[in-house]
Design a binder for this molecule. Structure first.
Ligand code: GLC
Ligand code: CA
Length: 550
């Protein structure tokens, strides 16, 4: 099958695809202004091709004031001039497609930026106007409306409501924002909002975009007709299982995605989508069904301890779930919202790495452990049926940058939660491409987040021709997976308690040693290991792929 046939004809390509997440501002800066750009991405096409990935997913590149790293979108159908132009976007799609690489983009439908023309219009328009009705404006409580409609909190700070100044200069209504105050939530009961997103999906699909990653997919529909929702915890445990929560995972949100699916299916092959949904796992199959988005992220491995039992449980549960909804599972170890897994795996078991990682951890991260486990984990994950999402820089084994000076932190989850927030900037530090030079090859004009002094030792240049480098481990494993990933079945193989061993029907076996001592391998032809064997045994935290005749 030639690459072009593959790109046009096959409508199941996504089921076992490997998607590489690009955080555009931190990937590669072609014009030297310190911010990564589309030209930088185009320039790295050969690098991406050499990774043997099936697609890239670009985090938001839209015009934005960057209150939340671009997840505050001011214009859904344009490119931030600091990142590029629509013409460059088209050039990227064309060149990537010619190289057999698909393009996913991020759609952020729960909220816009406060700089979006609609929100600006709402501010200038009177209470009760059609312009206000596109967002969630309410009168405040108290004698003069000086109190917020409820004590609702936001993900990025104590207040989920912000008061505006009316056009005549008097203090006015309040609007809801589940994230930063620069991210007003849309009113999804509003037909114009619904139509506008369908228009956006078509706009990008017409430009050749193959898939969409849907941000905070479970939050769109809200029922604020009863008692106004107040302070709450955010985890899936806090969400009702019957679609009756006033804010999250309402049954109506699923009706919205059914209309999106109709748009996706207007294209050949149908456009695909993956939900970033914080809904309870039991409701994930709804998002992942063929009538809705088609796939949903499963972040279970991203938060799992390095533990054989947990891994096995998570894998079995998710494979079963994706069988039930006809989708395929997704696997993720890292993304732009969490601590890099090289660091996570180097922390003592059950460290609350999610709560606080500015200024480091005590005890400090044990990277020797972290790197070895990260290498074992990627090979384990790539041997699973389903699709895999890789976050830029994990193929270089980048550590989490824990010492960004406080006055250079950009992340609102830190800035808006004084003393409590974690910063996601440590996984968003611009990539090192070269051993030395300005921002280690990221660009000629420095980097928008400070890179550590030893960043060059992780660079592509440092690893390119080094046997056993992270980069070459990823390249080789991804290349091999492409040959081996044929069916979607998996069978567990009985093994010692230290190993997690499974087999695919074509004789491809994956064996991971979760213990800290070398363990004897089962008999078979060794195809690849995540670390050199130790006297013929599988080293601590390592994975081996074997061929054993089925
Ligand atoms: C998602 C994004 C995150 C962003 C948030 C609000 O969780 O991954 O980066 O801050 O949505 O849009
Ligand atoms: Ca730039």
């Amino acid at each position: 099958m030639g690459e072009h046939t593959f790109l046009s004809g096959d409508s199941t390509w996504w089921r076992q695809a490997v998607i590489y997440q690009i955080y555009p501002r931190s990937f590669s800066d072609a014009n030297g202004d310190g911010i990564g750009d589309l030209r930088g991405i185009i320039n790295k096409l050969d690098y991406l091709k050499g990774l043997h990935i099936d697609g890239v997913w670009l985090s938001p590149f839209y015009p934005s004031e960057l209150a939340d790293g671009g997840y505050d979108v001011a214009d859904y159908r344009n490119v931030d001039p600091r990142i590029g132009t629509l013409e460059e976007f088209d050039e990227m799609v064309e060149k990537f497609h010619a190289a057999g690489i698909r393009i996913f983009i991020d759609i952020v439908p729960n909220h816009s930026s406060d700089q979006h023309v609609w929100f600006q219009e709402a501010l200038k328009s009177p209470k009760g106007s059609a312009a206000r009705a596109r967002y969630l404006f309410f009168d405040g409580l108290g004698e003069n409306g000086e109190l917020p409609p409820s004590d609702l909190n936001s993900h990025f700070g104590p207040n989920g409501w912000t008061r505006i100044t009316e056009p005549d200069g008097t203090p006015g209504q309040w609007y809801m924002h589940l994230f930063a105050k620069e991210q007003p939530d849309f009113n999804w009961d509003n037909q114009e909002v619904r139509d506008d997103f369908l228009y956006t999906l078509r706009f990008w699909s017409d430009r050749g975009v193959d898939g969409f990653r849907i941000d905070v997919a479970h939050a769109l529909a809200k029922d604020l007709s009863g008692k106004m929702p107040g302070y709450r915890e955010w985890g899936p445990e806090s969400i009702a299982l019957d679609g009756s929560d006033p804010i999250f995972d309402r049954n109506e949100v699923h009706e919205i995605y059914k209309t999106w699916r109709k748009v996706f299916n207007e294209y050949d092959p149908p456009r695909v989508a993956v939900a970033e949904s914080g809904a309870p796992a039991a409701r994930r199959p709804l998002y992942a069904s063929a009538e809705e988005l088609g796939q949903a992220f499963n972040f279970d491995l991203m938060s799992a301890n390095w533990n054989r039992k947990d891994y096995k449980k998570i894998i079995a549960r998710n494979l079963k779930a994706s069988k039930s909804d006809g989708s395929s599972s997704t696997w993720v170890l890292s993304n732009h919202d969490t601590i890099r897994h090289t660091a996570r795996y180097g922390l003592p078991k059950d460290t609350n790495w999610d709560a606080w990682y500015v200024g480091g951890f005590k005890p400090a991260v044990n990277y020797q452990k972290g790197f070895a486990r990260a290498r074992g984990a990627i090979m384990l994950m790539l041997a699973l049926p389903g699709s895999t999402y890789i976050y830029q820089g994990e193929e270089l084994g980048l550590p989490e940058v824990l010492d960004i000076p406080l006055d250079q932190i950009q992340d609102p989850s830190f800035l808006r939660n004084p003393g409590k927030g974690r910063s996601r900037d440590g996984c968003r530090v611009p990539l090192p491409w070269s051993l030395t030079g300005s921002s280690f090859g990221f660009g000629s004009g420095g980097a928008h987040l400070p890179q550590p002094a030893d960043w060059g030792s992780y660079s592509v240049e440092a690893q390119d021709h080094t046997t056993w480098s992270f980069l070459n481990l990823y390249r080789e494993a991804l290349w091999r997976r492409r040959q081996l990933q044929t069916s979607e079945d998996l069978k567990w193989v009985k093994s010692s308690k230290k190993l997690l061993h499974f087999a695919r029907p074509n004789g491809w076996h994956s064996v991971t040693n979760f213990s800290d001592k070398p363990v004897k391998l089962p008999k078979g032809e060794v195809l690849q290991t995540s670390a050199p064997l130790v006297n013929g045994k599988l080293g601590a935290y390592s994975t081996a792929w074997l061929f054993i005749h089925p």
